[in-house]
Design a protein around this ligand. Structure first.
Ligand SMILES: CC(C)(COP(=O)(O)OP(=O)(O)OC[C@H]1O[C@@H](n2cnc3c(N)ncnc32)[C@H](O)[C@@H]1OP(=O)(O)O)[C@@H](O)C(=O)NCCC(=O)NCCS
Length: 194
């Protein structure tokens, strides 16, 4: 992959990794991600071309874990022009990336995708990837956290350098305001997000 390919790879990824198909905060296809990977792992970023057009890409990185003699080759992003689906482009990209990883000392190759992305799961299985493990992502709403509530309150009522009666601490705050470390008691009324 060359510097000049960045725009075409980004545009193809934009069409493939759309928000409705990838409703996931954990992996985001954006220009920063692409530029960062290309900048650090140029030699393991590949494109497939057809008639001088980019029709696929594979972006990989090498991982060396501390206290492990093993080097891993991680296929971060793989995408193929949908019109050319099932014509062997993805397979050729993965085969070439595998060779590059091996040449750089990798003993294990990693790939991941959403468990319901069956085309990709089937594709990876077909390319010899095994040992599937499912990873569970969890989320916690922080807007009820005392620190979140405290910050919201201080933004709504910033301290004034010239206190006047109207600047006095609102009735729902303790005298002197809230200092770091003060937590609202559980069960106390708290602000809700709009
Ligand atoms: C997954 C993807 C890269 C496959 O690329 P491709 O060029 O279509 O794959 P290939 O033509 O090389 O397929 C090789 C084999 O994989 C399997 N395969 C590929 N696509 C498949 C699908 N949609 N359903 C079932 N099996 C599939 C088949 O066994 C296929 O061999 P066959 O066509 O002879 O049966 C492509 O569909 C894609 O870009 N998907 C969207 C992005 C994505 O999910 N990326 C992976 C995670 S980052």
């Amino acid at each position: 992959m060359e510097l000049e390919d960045l725009a075409a790879v980004f545009a193809l990824g934009e069409r493939i990794f759309t928000a409705d198909r990838w409703p996931n905060l954990y992996r985001t296809w954006d220009e920063f991600e692409l530029i960062q990977i290309f900048g650090t792992d140029t030699e393991t970023c590949l494109v497939a071309e057809c008639n001088d057009q980019v029709v696929g890409f594979a972006l990989g990185t090498l991982i060396e874990k501390r206290r492990s003699a093993w080097t891993y080759g991680y296929l971060l992003w793989l995408g193929v022009e949908p019109d050319l689906s099932r014509s062997g482009v993805g397979k050729r990209l993965v085969n070439r990336l595998t060779e590059l990883f091996i040449a750089r000392g990798a003993r294990i190759m990693l790939a991941d995708t959403e468990s319901d992305n069956l085309p990709a799961v089937n594709f990876f299985r077909r390319q010899g990837f095994t040992n599937e493990t499912e990873h569970v992502y969890l989320a916690k709403n922080l807007t009820q956290h005392p620190e979140y509530v405290r910050r919201r309150r201080s933004l709504a009522h910033p301290p004034s350098s010239d206190p006047s009666p109207s600047d006095a601490a609102p009735a729902h705050l303790p005298p002197g305001g809230i200092s770091p470390g003060d937590d609202a008691s559980p069960g106390q009324p708290h602000e809700h997000d709009d």
